[in-house]
Design a protein around this ligand. Structure first.
Ligand code: PMP
Length: 423
């Protein structure tokens, strides 16, 4: 019996998060037993070059000695207190320093909790119910955010999963990403009912889609004029595209920011934070309730703190940006020589590759129209050659500081063998 078949006997779908099941690329998921630097080791002993990085957190590479030391030292003193500890303040201070729009923060344990809590806070603080989100952006799986666009009508969101009440969906307005005109129109019609706009400032859950000029600025202006809050969901982009996140890159100051992935250094930690006046609405100082048994867990704080501290090394992001660019330029070059349309882009340590001749990719519709079957064959061809990309055409890729010239060259050699077969 395969490991996956065994897992399926006890775990729903055999996985604890759906995309791991290889549903969109076919075949059975690979089980990992160890990871080090840029490499994953499978249960059958294969070494794979990893471009998933646990979906983003592992920016330093796996099992970085200083992060592991921080976690093991902390673990020796107990795993959880359920009472304040100094590591929480230290990580909070570090995040506030790196992202000046965050004056006060609250730690949680997952990106889903961060966005769910930020939205409750926005609703509680403004006294309004409606939220705006964008098609193709993912903000975790809380009810208000598992909503897709309804047919035209601004006020009618539709649940994108059974179990999400239609009565809740009606408060979520879903607009096309990068469509400033749609945002202006929505605010003109219902601006005084909108509690917040939540957006991935660089979309990383429909492959990678960069914001067009003026899109984020429009969101900022419209929110400010209407008294709505702007939430930048930087769970993926925070500390990934630049030290100060996408907000530093694009010069946009949000009211609230959500963080996850890198902020926990690979442990379950996430956070939301922003303007002190807004954050002061949270319990116990204010009326908006939010809590967590394991929030601010010392091991997670230690991993996050060690990780963020290492990111402060001089030249860290220049080097990461350059090697990510070398990778995508190499892939683009191979594809172009093979006559295979491949739209490639990168920002910081994050990249997108879309099998499409419609470059640059700036909308969800363009991503949705890309060649998913070609991606599936690319994915399996690369995996056979020990290179592990995200098992879905709709995910961004991640490079870590541990990826060296050797790993990038081996990846490009594998691509030289695979891409020409995709015609
Ligand atoms: N927001 C964004 C932008 C994300 O990419 C994700 C997860 N990929 C989430 C929120 C949800 O985070 P989590 O999976 O930790 O709940």
């Amino acid at each position: 019996m395969t490991l996956f078949a065994d897992a399926r006997k006890y775990i729903a779908g055999g996985v604890n998060s759906p995309v791991r099941a290889f549903a969109s690329v076919g075949g059975e998921p690979v089980f990992m037993r160890r990871a080090h630097g840029a490499w994953l080791e499978t249960e059958d002993g294969q070494q794979l070059i990893d471009y998933v990085g646990s979906w983003g957190p592992m920016i330093l590479g796996h099992a970085h000695p200083e992060v592991i030391a921080a976690v093991t030292e902390t673990a020796a003193n107990g795993l959880s207190f359920g009472a304040p500890c100094v590591l929480e303040t230290q990580l909070a201070r570090k995040v506030c320093e790196l992202m000046p729009s965050i004056e006060k923060i609250r730690m949680v344990s997952s990106g889903t909790e961060a966005t769910m809590s930020a939205i409750r806070l926005a609703r509680g603080h403004t006294g309004r119910d409606k939220i705006i989100k964008f098609e193709g952006c993912y903000h975790g799986h809380s009810d208000s955010l598992l909503i897709k666009a309804g047919s035209g009508a601004l006020t009618l969101g539709v649940p994108s999963s059974p179990g999400v009440p239609a009565g809740l969906a009606q408060h979520t307005v879903t607009l096309p990403y990068n469509d400033s005109a749609a945002v202006i129109k929505a605010f003109a019609e219902i601006g005084d009912q909108i509690a917040c706009v939540i957006v991935e400032p660089i979309a990383g859950n429909m492959n990678m889609v960069l914001p067009v000029d003026g899109f984020l600025e429009t969101l900022r202006e419209q929110c400010s004029e209407a008294g709505a809050l702007l939430i930048l969901d930087e769970v993926m982009t925070g500390f990934r595209v630049a030290r100060g996140g996408a907000q530093a890159l694009y010069g946009i100051t949000p009211d609230l920011t959500t963080l996850g992935k890198i902020v926990g250094g690979g442990m379950p930690a996430a956070a939301f934070g922003g303007r002190a006046e807004v954050m002061n609405s949270l319990a116990p100082d204010g009326p908006v309730y939010q809590a967590g048994t394991l929030s601010g867990n010392p091991l997670a704080m230690a991993a996050g703190l060690a990780t963020l501290t290492l990111l402060e090394q001089k030249g860290f992001y220049t080097a990461l940006t350059e090697k990510t660019r070398t990778l995508v330029n190499g892939l683009a070059d191979i594809a172009s020589r093979a006559g295979i349309p491949l739209a490639c882009e990168s920002t910081g340590g994050m990249f997108g590759i879309v099998f499409s001749d419609d470059a640059p990719v700036r909308t969800y519709a363009q991503v949705a129209a890309a060649d998913v079957d070609r991606f599936r064959r690319f994915f399996h061809g690369m995996l056979e050659r020990q290179v592990y990309f995200a098992p879905s055409a709709f995910e961004a890729g991640f490079v870590s500081a541990a990826h060296g010239d050797a790993e990038i060259s081996r990846t490009l050699e594998a691509a030289e063998a695979v891409i020409p077969t995709l015609a």
